[in-house]
Ligand binder design. Structure first.
Ligand code: WTA
Length: 643
């Protein structure tokens, strides 16, 4: 089997943390869940206490029903009577090196002004607001302003294209889009407003487009457009927080699934914030002097949870960095760590792999001594990259938290709890699940597999951060997550437990790719390819990639009469960049006469994956459901003949 286990060194123990009572915490969570989660929820500020800890109407969990809470209040107002008030909430660094500090009080004021402005524009509790902004302070400000008035934010990563905006806005039925004139990426400007102009031709629910000035480029101003600064300047700096129900939606975040249409994952406030507050406390062990640098874009779940909500609830100072890790030079994160005295760095294996390529000299030329903890998220980390992170960046004195979780789980599910734990780390393993999180590794039948055996990762009990549902699609919610293994949440990842019960994540078990840590659905990509006039059929798979983890490979069948050519290759690639966004750039396109399919017409994507990764055919025979060995062998030979 060609999986990450081949590279892993389970026996290696790097360091042991001192002092802990994790066993007691975990036992209590298991034996007295109501008492345990009550104590966790009490770390937040509630306007009204809940009637019940959990209303579990399988598969819908309502955490703390009847409780009234506001996310913005918990991130901002609660600090105003403490010394945190005048402390930096965000240290924003632009790609050009410009720095702006926003204190908690300033953030509070800006959020309140925008909340009032949104109300004036007619936004009410439950309305949806789409946010399509680069990594600038107005992005978290917009999210918190929505939360304050009970509006539901739907942030779209600013690397997505017009079509992605159309799909997401129409599904959510948003009334407003908050965007910017443009954004900076590697010294170039991205014309965000023009992309929105293109999108809103097909989004009938949009009433207004609010534009933040970032690049100061000329933009087209139409009837729906208003400038951000014009609507906030005159507004009062106080807006009463809405007493949202614990289970009112706080946000929708679209993520790729196994069909062509992205899923609108819905999170509420009470359970979600409880999960975030406590997971951050256990895993990052925030203190008042921490400077936290989570490098994720807020357009993804890591940014929502660990750039915006969790750190702000804890009152820590955070770095908000606008640009790319390697711009203008491949030292940007290290430069930021030195300049701002970062104490915790939370980043992705892709970023680390790209830095590692440039050697140790670059990070060694910066003072990284402020770091006390390192984190990784989003994709499996190769042990050699883990060791580099530990030795070169952490100088052997910073623990590494390898945190596994998903858009759907809301917050971290597996990861070392440096705040309360005393265990040995193993490079490449996320270690154990967090208190109160009960996971298991099972086979096709849903039966627990022995330690050492690969299986599907499931979560056996509801947890506070879990998604409420999928927006407008309860059926899909039930089917995707709860029907594969009855009674448990199906995470869609392969994993195994080693002899010491450490968890090792082996990657996705479904048709979802992780390209540079970004989640992309194969079927979503295939639909984008066939929307090109020359393409009749498409099958997408991925190739292992030293840098991005996975790289997109496309097998395309052309329409009758169309000839393949390098020009067409480039044109198709450009089409994908325009339809989905630059993150969907294709590594390799194969034009083929026919795609390998099962008798029932299902594309054998795993077969293609084995071919591009030069794996033995035996490895996939059990994974191609519906196909016989003969069929797979036949298709394997046929497709190889064409390449
Ligand atoms: C993968 C990102 C290995 C996994 C927070 C999961 C990981 C998917 C890790 C969710 C990790 C996340 N080790 N794989 N530490 N963290 N993943 O929704 O496949 O963008 O199912 O959430 O990322 O991706 P999403």
């Amino acid at each position: 089997m060609n999986d990450l286990r081949n590279n892993r060194d389970e026996s290696q123990e790097i360091i042991t943390l001192e002092g802990s009572n994790i066993k007691k915490v975990k036992e209590n969570a298991k034996n007295n869940p109501d008492e345990f989660w009550t104590a966790c929820a009490k770390n937040l500020i509630w306007f009204k206490e809940w009637d019940q800890v959990l209303d579990w109407n399988y598969p819908f969990a309502k955490w703390f029903p009847g409780g009234r809470i506001n996310a913005s209040y918990n991130c901002l107002d609660k600090h105003l009577t403490t010394e945190i008030k005048n402390k930096a909430a965000f240290i924003w660094e632009g790609e050009d090196g410009k720095t702006i500090t926003v204190t908690y009080y300033q953030l509070f004021t800006k959020v309140n002004q925008l909340a009032n402005a949104l109300k004036k524009l007619g936004i009410k509790k439950g309305d949806r607001v789409t946010i399509y902004l680069p990594m600038i302070p107005e992005l978290p400000i917009s999210m918190l302003a929505c939360a304050r008035i009970g509006a539901i934010h739907s942030v779209i990563f600013s690397g997505f294209s017009s079509q992605s905006i159309i799909d997401r806005v129409n599904d959510a039925g948003s009334k407003i889009i908050i965007t910017a004139d443009g954004g900076y990426r590697r010294g170039k400007t991205i014309p965000l407003k023009s992309i929105v102009d293109e999108a809103i031709k097909d989004t009938p629910t949009i009433e207004k487009v609010i534009i933040v000035k970032r690049t100061f480029d000329d933009v087209h101003i139409g009837g729906k457009d208003i400038w951000y600064e014009d609507i906030v300047t005159e507004e009062s700096s106080y807006c009463l927080s809405e007493w949202n129900d614990s289970n009112d939606p706080l946000f929708i975040l679209y993520t790729s699934g196994t069909t062509g249409k992205p899923k609108g994952v819905v999170h509420g406030s009470g359970g979600y914030l409880t999960h975030l507050f406590n997971s951050a406390k256990w895993v990052f062990d925030f203190t008042s002097t921490d400077v936290f640098f989570c490098t994720a874009d807020i357009g993804w779940i890591t940014g929502h949870s660990y750039v915006v909500y969790a750190p702000l609830m804890h009152g820590v100072t955070q770095i908000l960095y606008e640009g790319a890790p390697d711009y203008p030079n491949p030292d940007r994160y290290w430069k930021i760590v030195e300049k701002h005295g970062v104490t915790i760095l939370y980043t992705t294996p892709t970023a680390l792999r790209s830095y590692m390529r440039y050697g140790d000299k670059i990070p060694n030329s910066y003072d990284l001594s402020s770091l006390r903890l390192l984190g990784t998220v989003g994709e499996p980390i190769n042990p050699e990259v883990w060791k580099w992170y530990f030795n070169v960046i952490g100088k052997k004195s910073c623990p590494i938290v390898d945190t596994w979780w998903q858009t759907e789980t809301g917050g971290i599910m597996i990861g070392m709890c440096t705040g309360i734990e005393n265990i040995s780390m193993k490079p490449g393993s996320g270690t154990f699940s967090l208190p109160g999180i009960e996971l298991e590794i099972v086979d096709e039948e849903g039966l627990k597999v022995e330690n050492g055996k690969k299986g599907y990762l499931i979560i056996k009990k509801p947890w506070p951060g879990m998604l409420l549902s999928l927006w407008n699609n309860e059926e899909r919610y039930k089917k995707t997550y709860w029907e594969k293994v009855s009674g448990s949440f199906f995470a869609g990842d392969f994993a195994y437990l080693d002899k010491d019960n450490y968890t090792w994540i082996l990657g996705r078990a479904d048709d979802i790719l992780k390209v540079a840590g970004h989640r992309l659905g194969t079927i979503e990509l295939e639909s984008a390819f066939v929307s090109h006039p020359s393409i009749a059929e498409a099958a997408i798979t991925s190739k292992n990639d030293d840098l991005k983890g996975e790289a997109i490979v496309a097998f395309l069948v052309l329409r009758k009469g169309i000839e393949s050519s390098p020009h067409l290759d480039a044109e198709v690639n450009e089409h994908i960049r325009n339809t989905i966004g630059p993150i969907a750039s294709t590594e390799k396109i194969y034009f083929v006469n026919k795609l390998p399919k099962t008798r029932s017409g299902k594309i054998m994507r795993r077969l293609l994956k084995s071919i591009v990764n030069k794996e033995a055919i035996g490895d996939i025979s059990t994974l191609e459901d519906e196909a016989s060995i003969e069929e797979i062998n036949y298709e394997f030979n046929e497709i190889n003949k064409q390449l």
